[in-house]
Write a protein that binds this ligand. Structure first.
Ligand code: ADP
Ligand code: ZN
Ligand code: MG
Length: 488
């Protein structure tokens, strides 16, 4: 295929085109049991142990829709600003695959659970076409390289694992926007606790539909669908590669084929897998073993009332309530646990901005160094609040606080207890500080002279020396006052 070896288009050629991207994201819904039976969904069980006649697709076995799964899917829709349809339908999507013993998935087709949503990225809304529920298939494992030695094993534990499929509008115009969209989507779903979205465990999977068209064109170009994009970084790389490949094909007089392609992270390239002519005809029809799905006003209201504040709203509130910068609000809402921690620390201290700085600075750095999550922080939010309070009240210098914090982290103790134990309390005794001031003035006659001849700026230096001599323990206000007095 010549298209695979095309030269990279030049920047001015690239600039003639507009990329168009739409994403299909599958997330595993955080239900302990499967979507159409009561088998556990746990990860890592021995192969073919979490199965029953329903998820094994035995003839005559009947599915029962899991209520929790529906609620999680409704929350998914709400988290993505969708309209929840009061009536939706399950539908059979027929295809043969060795790890799909039923011979079909029970999905949704023309009447999905949720529609018409959006995700906001950097001030731009990306449309969410639909959210629907379906069951996952099992897993095939290939072993051996030569055909003669090759064995394939099938593990059906994953059959019936509940998924939500989230289909976007073709609203993204760059790999960066695609990246921002999945990042935002993942964060919203994690806040709503509908899915862990753990990509390493396959709890979030992403297919990228990519096309290009000449700028100003109104019709969409022919798209290729890139599968197997199993990290956000790969998504960006795969979309970027695909954009350049398609421009190259068109520029050399060719036509982009509608096809499914696979991303290879080792080469950073995509390669054709099957063309549209080979695409499945899924022969969708309404699932005869399940009644239509009704989500009435009352149930919807109940589910809605369980929705937490979502990341975008929380970021916005942090800006106004705590006077944080855009950047800080973004960092502190990276996860719900972190945002909760910060708000508790802020509530326990008189200075929210200082609390934010401690959380984003020393705390996050130490957690990272120790490989700990915020939820497992040995320094509780209340204790961090106490530290910030002591600094704000002038009972602790910033420098001493930096020394005390690692000791709080190591022991979980309150800052006051660490100060007591380590003899790090602030010295607020006038006599003790006065003695230090005398020493400092005696040791720096030149600066004292300068001060007396009118260079009063030198006072800062002298106070600094007093602080240093007291190992940072002198009450700074008192040190300041005494130096001034003694200089007369
Ligand atoms: P298909 O019929 O191939 O399943 P759909 O119209 O259902 O295609 O769209 C699937 C996904 O592809 C959606 O996320 C949609 O936004 C995206 N998409 C559709 N057409 C294009 C296009 N021309 N370029 C890029 N993405 C597209
Ligand atoms: Zn089962
Ligand atoms: Mg489609």
């Amino acid at each position: 295929m010549p298209s695979e070896t095309l030269a990279r288009p030049t920047p001015d050629v690239i600039a003639k085109y507009e990329p168009v991207i739409g994403l299909e994201v599958h997330v595993q819904l955080a239900s302990r049991t499967k979507i159409y039976c009561g088998c556990p969904t746990g990860f890592g069980a021995a192969p073919n142990t979490n199965v029953c006649p329903v998820c094994l697709g035995m003839p005559g076995a009947l599915p029962v829709l899991n209520k929790t799964v529906v609620e999680l899917a409704v929350m998914t829709g709400l988290a993505l600003n969708c309209r929840i349809n009061p009536l939706s339908r399950l539908a059979r999507k027929n295809y043969f695959y060795p790890d799909l013993p039923k011979g079909y998935q029970i999905s949704q087709f023309d009447q999905p659970l949720a529609e018409h949503g959006w995700v906001e990225i950097e001030g731009k809304r990306i449309g969410v076409t639909r959210v629907h529920i379906e069951d996952d298939a099992g897993k095939s494992q290939h072993e051996g390289f030569k055909d003669s030695e090759r064995n394939t094993y099938v593990d059906l534990n994953r059959c019936g694992t509940p998924l939500a499929e989230i289909v976007s509008e073709p609203d993204m115009r760059s790999a960066a926007e695609a990246y921002a969209y999945v990042t935002e989507l993942k964060q919203a779903l994690q806040f709503a606790e509908v899915s862990t979205c753990d990509m390493e465990k396959g709890h979030l999977r992403c297919d990228a539909n990519v096309s290009v068209r000449l700028k100003g064109a109104t019709k969409l170009g022919v798209k290729a669908e890139v599968k197997n994009v199993n990290s956000f970084r790969f998504l960006r790389e795969a979309v970027d590669y695909e954009i350049l490949r398609q421009i190259g094909v068109i520029e050399s007089g060719g036509r982009v084929m509608q096809e499914t392609r696979l991303y290879n992270p080792d080469t950073g390239e995509t390669a054709g897998m099957r063309s549209k002519e080979q695409a499945h005809d899924y022969r969708y029809f309404p699932e005869p073993d399940l009644v239509p799905l009704r989500v009435g006003e009352r149930w919807l209201g109940e589910i809605r009332s369980r929705m937490p504040e979502l990341p975008a709203a929380r970021r916005n509130r942090f800006l106004h309530q705590y006077g944080l910068s855009d950047y800080d609000a973004g960092v502190l809402t990276a996860s719900r646990d972190l945002a909760d921690y910060f708000e508790k620390a802020a509530a326990a201290s008189p200075d929210a901005k200082a609390a934010a700085n401690w959380v984003m600075g020393d705390l996050m750095a130490t957690l990272k160094a120790e490989g700990k999550e915020i939820a497992a922080s040995p320094v509780s939010a209340e204790r961090l609040g106490e530290l910030v309070t002591l600094i704000a009240k002038g009972e602790l210098s910033g420098k001493l606080a930096k020394e005390i914090f690692p000791k709080m982290f190591a022991t979980g103790d309150a800052p006051a207890a660490v100060m007591q134990r380590e003899g790090l309390q602030q010295i607020s005794d006038t006599g003790t500080i006065a003695a230090i001031v005398d020493q400092v003035l005696a040791a720096n006659p030149k600066q004292v002279e300068q001060y007396k001849s009118g260079k009063t700026a030198v006072m800062g230096f002298l106070v600094g020396q007093v602080m240093k001599a007291s190992r940072g323990q002198a009450n700074p206000a008192l040190a300041n006052q005494l130096v001034k007095e003694k200089l007369g």
